[in-house]
Write a protein that binds this ligand. Structure first.
Ligand code: MLT
Length: 201
């Protein structure tokens, strides 16, 4: 997969970025640097094309997810994360996954449905993809999720189903609700920054 890597400065947080539909590996870089000025960055570009837009898995219309593509692309992404992390000598457990929308959805799916050493995630405007096959404990995971009450794409039901998937399996969960829509709001990014800086890394 195509990716962007920046070693950042010593002691910086290690942020693994996954963009939203139509974005690319550069989309979340400014947000990442706001979250932590000296961060190390590994940012992937989704390989699925939808009318020229990059995504991390296929869909057949808004919120009509192709679950076969989801599983296949989750495995591909995880293999790439392992491969590049080994090359850059970063233990998987050091990364904080940072995803927005489609990128948040595949990242959450990776934590929920694959047993991995990835443990932290900041997920902006994610939703449940309706797949709950695994039951292993998530007690080693720390996850921060945001939800906009005026979001036309993520329904409260779908957001709550995702939050429940994490909390019922004992993940350490923080939720930030705003009155805004699907776009990132300053308020949530600020709160994510505080959360990140309080992580015991
Ligand atoms: C998007 O437009 O990216 C959706 O809201 C989320 C997704 O399709 O995974």
């Amino acid at each position: 997969m195509k990716y962007l890597y920046d070693a950042g400065s010593k002691g910086g947080k290690k942020l693994l970025l996954l963009h939203g539909t139509g974005g690319d590996e550069t989309s979340l870089v400014d947000i990442a640097r706001f979250l932590d000025g000296g961060c190390e960055i590994l940012s992937f570009r989704g390989e699925v094309k939808e009318d020229g837009m990059n995504r991390f898995f296929k869909r057949n219309g808004l919120n009509q997810f192709d679950l076969e593509s989801l599983e296949e692309e989750t495995d591909n992404l995880y293999e790439e994360i392992k491969r590049v992390s080994a090359k850059k000598d970063v233990p998987l457990s050091d990364w904080v996954l940072v995803g927005y929308s489609n990128g948040a959805n595949i990242a959450a799916h990776l934590l929920l449905e694959r047993e991995t050493e990835l443990t932290q995630g900041i997920f902006f405007h994610p939703m449940s993809l309706g797949v709950h096959k695994q039951k292993f404990s998530l007690k080693d995971k720390r996850v921060w999720l945001s939800f906009g009450q005026g979001d036309p794409i993520v329904s409260p039901e779908s957001f709550n189903e995702l939050a429940e998937a994490f909390s019922s399996r004992n993940a350490d969960l923080t939720i930030k609700q705003t009155n805004y829509g699907h776009q990132l709001a300053a308020e949530e990014v600020n709160q994510a920054r505080n959360w990140l800086h309080n992580l015991p890394l």
